[in-house]
Design a protein around this ligand. Structure first.
Ligand SMILES: CC(C)(COP(=O)(O)OP(=O)(O)OC[C@H]1O[C@@H](n2cnc3c(N)ncnc32)[C@H](O)[C@@H]1OP(=O)(O)O)[C@@H](O)C(=O)NCCC(=O)NCCS
Length: 173
């Protein structure tokens, strides 16, 4: 399904909020117990804008079908060239190729900012997302046991990374 990919505006925040709150309330994709507010998303947009970090939306007609963004990986300057991304597609539109259209512009934006590595933190049971990222050239580089707690159970976190300017993707087996 072909979507238009563009930078998010304030007007897109309710659509983004719907997607993210569905993931919070009904999945272990985000390890938050409480729904976000529109105000919280406004602050997030402002912070990302201030750092020139993109929030890309996939637009279908007048609806926000998904979004992808990245922020700092860790706060210290030595991590300046690494980013941690997030990607969410509306659950009515999973598996229609929308995530696959959002990621290349996100790689492009990261490279344009001189970023070297993109990192995703994925719940170990989220096999769809693990495969999605593997297909895009991410490789698993770490697995943290029982660092999360949601829905009355421990969650493991898988780190996957992609070196953005490598001509071939690294393999760490
Ligand atoms: C993970 C996610 C972003 C993928 O986006 P999507 O639009 O559904 O994925 P696409 O349709 O672009 O799929 C691209 C590839 O990913 C893989 N994939 C995506 N979802 C999958 C699933 N549930 N199971 C297995 N493979 C899956 C497929 O290999 C697919 O390749 P194909 O086209 O050859 O079949 C989306 O499903 C989503 O938002 N999931 C819930 C939230 C989430 O887990 N976000 C990531 C947090 S780390």
């Amino acid at each position: 399904m072909k979507v238009t990919i563009r930078q998010a505006t304030e007007a897109d925040l309710p659509g983004i909020l719907d997607i993210v709150n569905d993931a919070i309330l009904n999945s272990t994709a985000i390890w938050s117990h409480y729904a976000y507010t529109l105000d919280n998303r406004r602050k997030w947009l402002a912070e990302r804008r201030e750092k020139n970090q993109p929030i890309l939306v996939a637009v279908l007609g007048s609806d926000i079908a998904g979004f992808a963004s990245f922020g700092d990986f860790r706060p210290h300057d030595g991590y300046l060239h690494s980013v941690e991304h997030s990607i969410y597609v509306h659950r009515h539109h999973h598996g229609k190729g929308i995530g696959k259209q959002l990621m290349p512009p996100l790689f492009h934006a990261a490279k344009a900012l001189g970023k070297h590595v993109m990192i995703g933190g994925i719940e170990a049971g989220n096999t769809g997302s693990l495969k999605f990222h593997r297909d895009l050239g991410f490789v698993e580089t770490g697995r943290l046991k029982e660092v999360g707690w949601k829905f009355d159970r421990w969650l493991d976190l898988v780190f996957m990374q992609k070196i953005l300017d490598a001509s071939t993707d690294i393999r760490i087996d």
